[in-house]
Design a protein around this ligand. Structure first.
Ligand code: GAR
Length: 207
């Protein structure tokens, strides 16, 4: 059984999708064992409490730099014997040393079709604002392994979502979450825990 830690900063709807999938028996060979929030006010913490999942708060500002933050997070995750780390709306950039330490064991969900609208500065609603400003007709979500390059790790799964006339960043965000993120993320987590994902350089194969 792979122990899963979910890292959050906000509302935690992706965490909820994982909890729901777990309760429906859809996370094969995995168990959400810990939720870590960078924000003590994150609603995600209440979702964890309701599901009786232990949680910790680790605020970036309590550490002198990203490196120290990464060390504390590493210790927390190692002590809990975590085998898979899921970034589910986690808004703190992690240091390279952390990404290397957990290579191919960190999964992130991003609300666009990478390599569009990703990288430094593209997070949350900003991604959808940029997609609407560009006038793309299709966007979507991507689940990928985390490397030292922001949003640059090997892609596990993607799903397209249509942009509709009159969309606002908020309506588009909601459609991308419902129709892509909340489906892709639990599936990828289950595939990882069941040992179905094989990383071959930049390419992920699913057995
Ligand atoms: C989600 O849309 C997620 O894809 C995005 O933040 C939102 C978090 O929502 N993540 C990023 O932009 C990371 N670059 P949630 O807290 O309700 O899951």
């Amino acid at each position: 059984m792979t122990k899963i830690a979910v890292l959050v900063s906000g509302g935690g709807t992706n965490l909820q999708a994982l909890i729901d999938a777990q309760q429906a028996g859809k996370i094969e060979n995995g168990q959400i064992s810990l939720v870590v929030s960078s924000n003590p006010k994150a609603y995600a913490l209440e979702r964890a409490a309701k599901a009786a999942i232990p949680s910790e708060v680790l605020r970036r500002r309590d550490f002198s730099d990203a490196e120290e933050y990464g060390k504390a997070l590493t210790a927390l995750l190692e002590n809990a014997d975590i085998g898979l780390i899921v970034l589910a709306g986690f808004m703190t950039v992690l240091p390279d040393s952390f990404c290397r330490h957990f290579e191919n064991r960190i999964i992130n969900v991003h609300p666009s079709l990478i390599p569009s609208f990703c990288g430094e500065g593209f997070y949350g609603l900003r991604v959808h604002e940029a997609a609407l400003a560009k006038g793309v007709k299709v966007t979507g979500a991507t689940v990928h392994f985390v490397s030292e390059v922001v949003d640059g790790g090997a892609i596990i799964a993607q799903k397209a979502v249509e942009v509709e006339d009159g969309d606002t960043p908020e309506t588009l965000q909601k459609r991308v979450m419902q129709n892509a993120e909340w489906i892709l993320l639990p599936q990828a987590v289950s595939d990882f825990c069941a040992g179905r994902l094989r990383v071959d350089g930049a390419i992920v194969h699913k057995n």
